[in-house]
Design a protein around this ligand. Structure first.
Ligand code: FES
Length: 121
């Protein structure tokens, strides 16, 4: 098992590889994110991890990034590359469903994604 030295890392991207996301192209999204990181020379700044279900299957393919707290609905390889490109920039982010504000996750104003089920129902 790999044990990376994470010194200097700025972003951690979690790539959902749960079954719903895999049915919607998560393997291609995963490979595109990792390829874009390599193309842009960002291997030292961005670490990626494949995960199981993140609980937002309707947003498949789900990609999250920390410490920004951005949760993305990534429909295809082109969008996956955009997420990597925009992660290193300020300003609006395409395909973003949630983001971090004042230490808590909020829905972005621009998202068309469903709200989902309250966890305290
Ligand atoms: S399988 Fe990806 S959020 Fe559920």
């Amino acid at each position: 098992m790999t044990t990376w030295d994470l010194v200097g890392m700025q972003h951690h991207i979690l790539l959902c590889n749960g079954s719903s996301c895999m049915k919607k192209g998560a393997e291609e999204v995963t490979l595109a994110v990792r390829d874009e990181i390599e193309k842009l020379g960002l291997d030292e700044q961005i670490h990626t991890t494949r995960t199981k279900c993140n609980g937002r299957c309707k947003d498949a393919c789900v990609v999250t990034a920390y410490p920004t707290g951005n949760w993305y609905n990534v429909p295809d390889e082109a969008a996956a590359r955009t997420v990597v490109q925009e992660l290193m920039q300020e300003g609006p982010k395409a395909h973003r469903v949630y983001t971090m504000q004042d230490g808590a996750i909020i829905r972005t104003e621009e998202t068309p994604a469903i709200k989902g089920i309250a966890k305290n129902k």
